[in-house]
Design a protein around this ligand. Structure first.
Ligand code: PLP
Ligand code: TYF
Length: 398
C-alpha cells in the first residue's frame, strides 16, 4: 500500500542535531540548531519557569480540553506582552489571539486561514529565510516567492532590493517578515527601514505576516517588537506568530500564539472564528502545561520582571560571545573582515563560510554549523570560543 512513498530526506538542521548528538569527540561544539545554550552548554531551565512549574504540576489534576483557541488568560497576557500595555489598551477590541503549538503551529493556523480566504495571493519570504516558512506555505498550496534580503557583499540587509521587491508585489500579497533576530542571517532592519516598509505595505495593500521567535534577543522585549508596534500604530492589518520556545526555553512544551490586529471588532470576531476553524481541523485544541507556565510568569509582576532579566542575561551572553569570537578571529588573522559578527543580532550569524569550510569544521574540529554558513552563537562559551575562533580563522584563511 505504501510502496510508492518516497523517503522524506529530513530537515537539514534537525539532521545536523542528530549528527552532533552522535558525535563522540569530547570537545564537540554545537553551532547548529537554534536553541539557546547557557554558559555551561546546557539548555537552561529559567528561574521564572522553575518558580512556577512545581505548583502548576501539583495543582494540575485532570486536564480537560482547553477551548479551541486555548486559555483566555494566556491569550490576553501574550497580546499585552507583544503589543505593549498602552497599545494593547487602544486596540484590544480589534486584536485577537489563539494559543498555538509553538511558532510553527501559529504559522500553520494562520496559513490555513489565509489559504481559504486569500487563495490567489502569493506568499513572499526573505531570501534566505527559515526553511519551514517555505515548507508550511507550500504544503498549504500557496505559491511561495521571495524578496531580496541578505547582501553577501555587506553581510547586512539589501534594503534597496527589499524595498524595490515590496513595491512590485500585487495588492493582498502575503509578506512574511522577521521583526528582529532574522533567521538565518542575524541581519535586521533599522527602525527607519521598518518605517519605510510600513509605508510601502500600506500603499500597496500588502498583508504582513510577522514571525517573532526571538523577542528580546536583539535589543530588548519592547525594542524588538518595533516592527509590530509601528505597523499597528500605522493602522495596518496584520498577522503575528509568536514563539516562546527560545525566550522561555520551553522548546518541547510547544508554546506560542497567533495574533491578528484587524479593522474593527466585528471583523476581529470573524477572524478569530476562522483561526478556530483551522485549529479544529488540525489538532482541535492546544496542550495545557506550557501555556500555564507562561501565563503564571507573565501575570505575576515579580516573576515577569525576573523573566525579563533572564531574557536580558541570555541576550548579553550571546553578545559577549559575538565579541569574543570577533576578537579571537581578528587576533589570529587581522585581515579578516568579521565585523558582521558584531552588527548581526540575536541567536544567528551568517558567516559566509561555504559548505566545504563547514564540512572541514566538522571533520577536523568537531564544530557543527549549518551548511549555509549559519552559526548559532549561543553554542559558544568560555571553554570553546577560542578554539572556535582558531578553527574559523584557519578554514577562512586557507
Ligand atoms: N519562526 C522562526 C523564524 C524560527 O526561527 C522558529 C524556530 O526556530 C520558529 C518560527 C518556530 O519556533 P517553534 O519551535 O516555537 O515552533
Ligand atoms: O534552528 C532552527 O532554525 C530551527 C530549530 O520544532 C527548530 O529549525 C527545531 C525544531 C522545531 C522548530 C524549530
Amino acid at each position: 500500500m505504501f510502496s510508492h512513498l518516497p523517503l522524506y530526506a529530513g530537515d537539514p538542521i534537525l539532521s545536523l542535531q542528530q549528527a552532533y548528538l552522535a558525535e563522540t569527540r569530547a570537545d564537540k561544539v554545537n553551532l547548529g540548531i537554534g536553541a539557546y545554550q547557557d554558559a555551561n552548554g546546557a539548555i537552561p531551565t529559567l528561574r521564572s519557569v522553575a518558580a512556577v512549574r512545581p505548583q502548576i504540576a501539583a495543582d494540575l489534576g485532570a486536564t480537560p480540553y482547553l477551548p479551541i483557541a486555548g486559555s483566555k488568560t494566556y491569550r490576553d497576557a501574550v497580546t499585552e506582552l507583544v503589543l505593549g500595555t498602552e497599545r494593547y489598551g487602544k486596540v484590544a477590541e480589534r486584536a485577537v489571539a489563539i494559543q498555538s503549538l509553538g511558532g510553527s503551529g501559529a504559522l500553520k493556523v494562520g496559513c490555513d486561514m489565509l489559504k481559504r480566504h486569500f487563495p490567489d495571493s502569493e506568499v513572499f519570504i526573505s531570501a534566505p529565510s527559515w526553511p519551514n516558512h517555505q515548507a508550511i506555505f507550500e504544503t498549504a498550496g500557496f505559491k511561495v516567492g521571495s524578496y531580496r534580503y541578505f547582501d553577501a557583499a555587506t553581510n547586512g540587509v539589501d534594503f534597496d532590493g527589499m524595498l524595490a521587491d515590496l513595491e512590485q508585489m500585487p495588492a493582498r500579497s502575503i509578506v512574511i517578515l522577521h521583526p528582529a533576530c532574522h533567521n538565518p542571517t542575524g541581519a535586521d532592519l533599522t527602525r527607519a527601514q521598518w518605517d519605510a516598509v510600513v509605508t510601502v505595505v500600506a500603499e500597496r495593500g500588502l498583508l504582513p505576516f510577522l514571525d517573532m521567535a526571538y523577542q528580546g534577543f536583539a535589543e530588548g522585549i519592547d525594542a524588538d517588537a518595533y516592527a509590530v508596534h509601528a505597523m499597528v500604530d500605522a493602522g495596518i492589518v496584520l498577522l503575528l506568530s509568536v514563539s516562546f520556545s527560545k525566550t522561555f526555553s520551553l522548546y518541547g512544551e510547544r508554546v506560542g500564539a497567533l495574533l491578528a490586529v484587524c479593522d474593527d471588532a466585528d471583523v476581529a470576531r470573524r477572524v478569530l472564528s476562522q483561526m478556530e476553524m483551522s485549529i479544529r481541523a488540525n489538532y482541535s485544541s492546544p496542550p495545557t502545561f506550557g501555556g500555564r507556565i507562561v501565563t503564571s510568569v507573565l501575570t505575576d509582576a515579580a516573576l515577569r520582571k525576573d523573566w525579563k532579566n533572564e531574557v536580558e542575561e541570555m541576550r548579553s551572553r550571546m553578545l559577549q560571545m559575538r565579541e569574543r569570537l570577533h576578537a579571537g578571529m581578528k587576533a589570529r588573522v587581522p585581515s579578516l573582515d568579521v565585523d558582521y559578527l558584531l552588527t548581526q543580532r540575536g541567536m544567528f550569524s551568517y558567516t559566509g563560510l561555504n559548505p566545504a569550510q563547514v564540512e572541514r569544521l566538522r571533520a577536523e574540529h568537531a564544530i557543527y554549523a549549518v551548511g549555509s554558513g549559519r552559526i548559532c552563537v549561543a553554542g559558544l562559551r568560555d571553554e570553546n570560543v577560542d578554539r572556535v575562533a582558531d578553527a574559523f580563522a584557519q578554514v577562512m584563511d586557507d
